[in-house]
Design a protein around this ligand. Structure first.
Ligand code: NAD
Length: 358
């Protein structure tokens, strides 16, 4: 199969982890007889320097004409308080909007060999495997912009939370479909005991669930979900929720596994391409030192294979390679314990390539 991938290295360690990932994808292509064509485009601080625009139109056009987009990271001290007033993050928010990416997927996978890095007990996090699906373009972060304000003359401020039924239905359907690809369980998280928008959310889930009879559905209030995710994360398969609840729950859940350098994410819309990026930022403190952990970016590419290209076998083989490398005790500096040798970005990448098999 031939696929075109837009590569947006961005800034800082973004360049390093993206380079590592295309090398690994070349191995996938060689093993399975695929052809991946990479088109490079600028975003973030690099794009401000080159084009005086964190998201040049050319970058948007290149992304739209591809089958999947890989993004490294954006930002860094160089562009904080930049004289132009432009910010690298505008590129990130802009591309999510331009590609109409309404669903954000954050898998949380606890590798047994790494659970010492978690602040929770080993038996709670060993082999945890859940997916948080967050609605990304609606809810209180968008609301009704004309109403978002500090209320004049009063000690008060106002934000509005609006969800259209159509917005809820499309993310909830994604949740059901995701659950069908995993362990057939969907937890819908809301605050239906208080919020009208949550009552509509719950009603919509109830209306849709008949279309997915093979998926077990439960409703959970967000305060309980926050507690359960720490208490017993292994009870969850797919959690689907609105923008703000998903923002908070996914950050809490991300700490189950320990390191930022391990966490992938995907953002998808109704049309391709999806955008795949690590959760971490541009890590200016280790930039250019060949120290960055490439595994979050590599795992994001595995998500691209699975969700955008429907290459499930290839994605599973890549996830397995990452897991095998960790089980064999290989570590970059961010996940190495005292006394353990820290591999460079290139060395870790080569380990993944070495163990990757069909
Ligand atoms: P960060 O994620 O870049 O780094 C936090 C810490 O984690 C640092 O000590 C860093 O060295 C370490 N780290 C992160 N990723 C790592 C990896 N792959 N391997 C090894 N260590 C890793 O967060 P920050 O320091 O708060 O932000 C730095 C810049 O990145 C800022 O400009 C911020 O705006 C930007 N940022 C971008 C994104 C994004 O592009 N999606 C996300 C978060 C932050």
């Amino acid at each position: 199969m031939k696929k075109t991938i837009t590569v947006l290295p961005g800034d800082g360690i973004g360049l390093e982890v993206v380079k590592a990932t295309t090398t690994v994808l070349d191995k996938v292509a060689a093993l399975y007889g695929h052809e991946f064509e990479y088109k490079y485009a600028d975003i973030g601080g690099t794009a401000i320097d080159k084009h005086e625009n964190p998201l040049p139109q050319e970058t948007v056009d290149t992304c739209k004409s591809s089958d999947g987009v890989l993004l490294g990271a954006v930002g860094g001290p160089k562009w904080e308080n930049h004289s132009s007033g432009l910010r690298p993050e505008q590129g990130l928010l802009g591309i999510r909007k331009a590609l109409q990416l309404f669903a954000n997927l954050r898998p949380v996978t606890g590798h047994e060999s790494l659970t010492d890095a978690s602040s929770l007990k080993k038996e709670v996090v060993d082999n945890v495997d859940l997916m948080i699906l967050r609605e990304l373009t609606g809810g209180i972060y968008f609301g009704s912009p004309q109403e978002r304000r500090q209320v004049d003359g009063e000690e008060a401020a106002l934000d509005t939370m609006i969800y259209k039924k159509s917005e809820i239905a499309r993310i909830v359907r994604q949740g059901f479909e995701m659950a069908q690809l995993r362990r057939n369980k969907l937890t819908s998280v809301d605050k239906a005991n208080v919020l009208e928008s949550s009552r509509l959310w719950r009603e919509t889930v109830e209306e849709i669930k008949g279309d997915y009879p093979d998926v077990e559905v439960e409703h959970m209030l967000v305060d309980n979900a926050a507690m359960q995710i720490i208490r017993e994360p292994k009870q969850f398969d797919v959690m689907v929720t609105g923008n703000m609840f998903g923002d908070i729950l996914s950050d809490a859940a991300s700490m189950l596994t320990g390191s930022l350098g391990m966490l992938p994410s995907a953002s998808i819309g109704e049309q391709p391409p999806g955008l795949y990026e690590p959760v971490h930022g541009s890590a200016p403190d280790i930039e250019g030192q060949n120290k960055a952990n490439p595994l979050a970016m590599i795992s994001s590419a595995a998500m691209m294979l699975k969700y955008s290209f429907k290459m499930t076998e290839e994605a599973d083989a890549l996830d397995q390679a990452v897991s095998d490398v960790l089980s064999a005790g290989h570590r970059t500096g961010d996940i190495a314990k005292e006394g353990e040798t820290a591999l460079s970005t290139d060395e870790m990448t080569n380990k993944v390539i070495e163990v990757m098999k069909k």
